[in-house]
Design a binder for this molecule. Structure first.
Ligand code: MN
Length: 236
């Protein structure tokens, strides 16, 4: 059974994502997914920590709405939109690949990508317990950005400057690490990039706790909550 969690486990390679869009690989995935399709093709993964585990940086109230209402709605809407279609048995990454850039499939793309993005976001952050940047990743960050601090500053700048709703990402682009930002539901997978970490900058991610102060939310998330060990898993 292909769940969101299992599809994210161990990270996603550009190769597997691109392959998922291809006919032969898609057929292979569909064979796996068909058995699960009758039940619930996509499920809301439980949070990897308690609702209040990120407080006071992100309150239990924000998490409750964000995970329990917003993320859940994307999953529920996706399941409704694909029911009875050719995409009903397609894994999440395959749906994103198959619908990206197609105006007549925008609703499916938006809900699929938001389902994926949020699952990735919950794992990009974790309860504050002191920053741990594994040595191998630190070396890559220094090669690509000059320093860890420069990487953090570029990530913060992308998150703050994203106009309207969207996401800021640390990604691998071949052997190099980069910062990118995406609007609304867009996801770096569609650009052939490998996501390593993300920060949600939709207002629902921070407004209850920070109102209009997006920069304050972004800074404290980067300094206290980012899970650099998750980034390493996605590089593997
Ligand atoms: Mn969100």
């Amino acid at each position: 059974m292909t769940t969101i969690l299992s599809s994210l486990s161990g990270g996603l390679s550009r190769r597997s994502f691109v392959a998922a869009a291809g006919g032969a690989s898609l057929a292979a995935f569909a064979g796996v997914g068909r058995a699960a399709a009758a039940a619930a093709p996509h499920v809301l993964p439980p949070l990897p920590y308690a609702d209040d585990a990120l407080a006071p940086i992100i309150s239990a109230q924000t998490i409750g709405f964000h995970h329990g209402k917003h993320h859940k709605a994307y999953v529920d809407n996706l399941n409704k939109l694909i029911a009875g279609t050719d995409l009903a048995a397609t894994p999440l990454e395959g749906i994103i690949a198959a619908t990206a850039g197609k105006a007549d499939q925008a609703a499916i793309f938006n809900n699929a990508a938001q389902t994926w993005n949020h699952t990735f976001y919950w794992r990009s952050i974790r309860p504050p317990r002191g920053e741990v940047i594994p040595a191998a990743l630190k070396a890559k960050l220094e090669t690509s950005f000059g320093s860890v601090e420069a990487c953090k500053q570029e990530l913060a700048a992308a998150a703050v400057s994203q106009f309207g709703s969207g996401w800021a990402w640390l990604v691998a682009d071949g052997g190099k690490l980069r910062i990118v930002k995406t609007g609304n539901a867009d996801c770096p997978l569609t650009q052939g990039l490998r996501p390593l970490l993300t920060i949600d900058v939709w207002e629902h991610a921070y407004y209850l706790d920070y109102q209009n102060r997006r920069a304050d939310y972004v800074k404290v998330v980067i300094d206290k909550l980012l899970d650099w060990e998750f980034a390493v898993k996605n590089l593997a």
